[in-house]
Write a protein that binds this ligand. Structure first.
Ligand code: FAD
Length: 476
């Protein structure tokens, strides 16, 4: 058995682990990066990046539906080779994943240890490597082991007819009929990408809304928009049965046969096999470590946790921030120095569904309705959204009734990814509806939706200012 010593051991060379490593190295401390493989990060291998390439491919193919409007003829007979489209997705995926894997290999060098780790004590790890067991003694440990798709046991009877996003991009080709079980952001994105590539998609979710949308107006509008492109079965449990040629999906009184089911039922943090309970780490009822979101410290010991592994904010940009915080503090803890608590950024979620589903800051279900003003702007009233071919959509901006301070927003709309950033930055800066309106808005742009929603808030506040809305008098 081999023994290795380090200041900070990092479990997982995904996004969180790589950012943690950067901070440990910046602090001048020794690091050991441990990963069971494959390298390349979930985001680049099977997550953010291949899903966006698939959406882009679907969007490119779907543009033909509008070519007749501008006088193009002959496009009706065009064909798409979906196997080739999927190979194209994989090519891009390989570029992104190879680049991320290179960062792990080059960044860690000889300090990269390939193997599966578990705790023997809070500062001793046992790593099963291809060359045997390695015992690692560390002064501090960062858990950055990510998450994996949830696959309930009852899906196993479908064998190869059910796949998760872990295997989806490896399929040699996409069949003509796909069921998507689970319509959170991931399931909805994948379902729309496939339907735009010409696949007949049935999407089902127990929840009555898609993408976990909390705002009832945005939820209703989203459902209406996306039901034009794929079948949506919402609000009922589904059952799946194998048939001679595929899988029979049933939900309420509806049923359909599909060739393949993509299970997108959420993700589970990879902490259950780490032996955390045995080493006395504080765990919540679900077995997830209890940690401080400003320091990433688990309890008050030498273990830190970042990224999907802590199940708090399972998004790539949060994994990078959390990895940085965990690495920064693990390096200090290793040297017996005080930890630093860092502010967390305003929450920001985007489903790249075009029209995008967006959530910024406070969610509707956490607001006090009596204390909140809601500014609404409809996509139909926005010229640029209409030119871009998306009829419909709605933006709802939430502001504190007393101060006008913008608290959050929800939206389904074209190019929502960009409006989401403007809104998140404004919320984090503490802007009010009036202060945001004093900033420039061009024409014709989708940002005018934001202008309209803010004007709606100011009108509800009672516009008592003696000067025109959006203008500020020159100060002496
Ligand atoms: C289809 C899909 C689409 C997504 N789209 C987006 C998006 O558009 N935007 C966005 O922000 N987020 C998106 N996400 C989420 C995003 O990918 C994750 O939040 C992010 O990748 C998590 O990074 P991580 O570092 O926590 O984990 P990972 O990148 O998964 O890294 C964990 C690493 O730990 C290793 N590991 C696990 N257990 C052990 C062990 N016991 N010992 C050693 N090593 C171990 C694994 O091999 C892995 O390399 C998407 C996810 C999916 C699945």
């Amino acid at each position: 058995m081999t023994t290795r010593h380090t200041d900070v051991a990092i479990l997982g060379a995904g996004t969180a682990g790589l950012y943690a490593m950067r901070e440990v190295k910046r602090a001048g401390r020794d690091v050991l990066l441990i990963d069971q493989g494959p390298l390349g990060t979930t985001c680049a291998r099977v997550g953010c990046m291949p899903s966006k390439v698939a959406l882009h491919a679907g969007a490119a193919w779907a543009t033909r539906l509008h070519w007749g409007d501008i006088g193009v003829s002959g496009h009706e007979g065009l064909q798409i080779d979906r196997a080739q489209a999927w190979a194209h997705v994989r090519q891009w995926r390989d570029q992104f994943a190879n680049s991320a894997a290179g960062k792990a290999r080059q960044g860690a060098g000889e300090r990269l240890l390939m193997g599966r780790a578990r705790f023997q004590s809070p500062t001793v790890l046992v790593v099963d490597t291809p060359d045997g067991v390695v015992t690692v003694h560390a002064r501090a440990v960062v858990i950055a082991t990510g998450s994996r798709p949830v696959v309930p046991a009852w899906l196993n009877e479908l064998g190869e007819r059910v796949v998760t996003t872990d295997g989806f991009f490896e399929l040699p080709a996409i069949p003509g009929r796909v069921g998507v079980l689970g319509l959170g952001a991931i399931g909805l994105e994948m379902g729309l990408a496939l339907s735009r590539l010409g696949v007949n998609v049935v999407g089902a979710d127990l929840a009555p809304v898609v993408a976990g949308i909390a705002d009832p107006v945005v939820a209703e509008q989203s459902q209406a928009l996306f039901a034009r492109e794929m079948t949506l079965w919402l609000g009922h449990a589904s059952t799946l049965k194998p048939t001679a040629h595929g899988v029979l999906m049933q939900s309420g009184d509806r049923q359909a046969e599909v060739d393949l089911v993509l299970a997108a039922l959420g993700r589970r943090p990879n902490v259950d096999a780490l032996g955390l309970a045995e080493v006395g780490a504080p765990l919540d009822a679900r077995g997830t470590p209890v940690f401080n979101p400003h320091t990433m410290q688990v309890g008050d010991g030498p273990i830190f946790i970042a990224g999907d592994a802590n199940a708090d904010r399972p998004l790539m940009h949060e994994a990078s921030d959390e990895g940085s915080i965990a690495g920064f503090n693990a390096a200090r803890h290793a040297m017996g120095e005080a930890l630093t608590g860092f502010e967390r950024k305003v929450s920001l979620g985007v489903a790249f569904t075009d029209p995008d589903v967006v959530s910024v800051g406070e969610r509707w279900d956490r607001l006090s309705i009596d204390d909140t003003l809601v500014g609404t702007a409809r996509g139909e009233a926005n010229g640029r959204s209409r030119i871009l071919g998306v009829a419909g959509g709605v933006l709802r901006v939430y502001a504190d009734r007393a101060s006008g301070r913008v608290l959050g927003a929800a939206m389904v709309g074209v190019r929502g990814e960009h409006l989401a950033h403007l809104l998140a930055w404004a919320v984090q800066r503490g802007e009010t509806a009036r202060s945001m309106l004093s900033l420039p808005f061009y024409h014709p742009v989708v940002e005018e939706l934001l202008q309209s929603a803010l004007q709606d808030i100011v009108r509800q506040q009672g516009d008592h200012a003696p000067w025109p809305m959006g203008l500020v008098p020159v100060s002496d």
